[in-house]
Design a protein around this ligand. Structure first.
Ligand SMILES: [Cu+2]
Length: 356
């Protein structure tokens, strides 16, 4: 994936990856939208779960004398949190060497992290474009959305390598060293009753750079996919950039809303930045049959026209013929995004380089 558009690209120092098994509760960045109900996240450690922290880094971010410094690199071998296990929750974070949150309050932006199973084929891209890296499994933007699957569901970790991509930015005039971590909850594969889910990546500009253009003001951009899977959607979470209101996912064939993922915005040093996306997680967010048309709609209220925003939703599908099983998800998980987009959204952080 060739996204290097700055001469200031810098190859980071040798990558050291470690997996630490932590038995205590995970820490969670509390960024849920005030007052709104939230889907279950990685905040709690459920009975039988082990929590592992997969740490990537250090990433050395040089100072940004001309506005921003970018580290954009493939990660050919991302360590797995466990083997022969199910992942039940994931929380991404970007931290300094002493474990403090690294973010735009000190000029650091977590642009994106994507991890894929290299031996598996991506459900929506095949091996085309970004699908060359394999089946996309999990991703994080600067909002660092934690996701928890409903009780009894898990992503089955299978033999074979994982690979990733990471892009980080330093907008400050001070060099910085950061680590990317995923806090992963998992249970052994032998856990009775666990149901495996399939990760499916839905994207307004799928298989390519994921970037698309929005005009000034309100816009809704739709993208559709004919499902190749039969089952139930059990989890979903979106990703938009500054200026985004959120996104919805509908099964157009059955005329059913599956999930609405709303953007939340920060304040103070994080003013104008997306700091949270709501997620949906339930044992049935909606039935899905092979051939059904799924439509993703990405909504922006942009203070200016932008050429490089994103609209991505990752969903987890429990493949089963019992598509009408499970229980009905609470109505708020399907509500339209109604987030107010602050006036500062979409501004350049230092300007000149790639957008965010
Ligand atoms: Cu993005």
């Amino acid at each position: 994936m060739e996204l290097i558009r700055t001469s200031l690209w810098f190859r980071a120092a040798a990558l050291v990856a470690t997996v630490t098994v932590v038995v205590a509760a995970a820490t969670v960045s509390g960024s849920a939208t005030a007052g709104a109900p939230a889907a279950p996240t990685a905040a709690e450690v459920n009975a039988g779960e082990t929590v592992s922290v997969v740490r990537l880094g250090p990433f050395v971010l040089p100072s940004a004398p001309t506005g921003e410094m970018q580290v954009n690199r493939p990660l050919p071998n991302v360590p797995k949190p466990c083997e022969d296990c199910y992942i039940t929750a994931i929380e991404p974070r970007l931290v300094t060497a002493d474990g403090k949150r690294a973010d735009m309050s000190t000029g650091v932006m977590m642009h994106h992290f994507v991890v894929a199973e290299t031996a598996a084929t991506d459900p929506t891209c095949g091996r085309n474009g970004i699908g060359a890296m394999g089946r996309r499994l999990f991703a994080s933007g600067d909002e660092r959305t934690p996701i928890r699957l409903p009780d009894g569901f898990g992503f089955r970790v299978r033999p074979g390598p994982w690979a990733g991509l990471i892009e980080l930015m330093n907008h400050s005039e001070t060099p910085q060293v950061v680590f990317f971590e995923t806090v992963v909850h998992h249970v052994p594969a032998s856990t009775p009753g666990m149901k495996a889910v399939t990760p499916v990546w839905l994207d307004v500009n799928n298989c390519m750079t994921s970037e698309y253009a929005v005009p000034t003001g309100k816009s809704a951009t739709a993208w559709s996919w004919r499902s190749s899977l039969t089952g139930r959607v059990v989890a979903a979470g979106g990703h938009v950039h500054a200026g985004g209101m959120g996104m919805t996912l509908d099964n157009v064939t059955t005329k059913a809303r599956i999930c609405s993922s709303r953007a939340g915005y920060g304040s103070g040093a994080l003013d104008g930045l997306v700091t949270s996306m709501s997620t949906c997680s339930w044992d049935s967010l909606g039935a899905l049959r092979a051939g059904d048309k799924l439509t993703l709609t990405s909504m922006y209220d942009a203070p200016k026209a932008m050429g490089d925003v994103m609209g991505i939703m990752l969903i987890a599908v429990y493949e089963t013929d019992e598509v009408d099983g499970g229980t009905t998800a609470p109505a708020w998980m399907g509500r339209n995004p109604q987030t107010h987009v602050p006036g500062g959204a979409g501004h350049d952080h230092g300007g000149g380089g790639p957008g965010h």
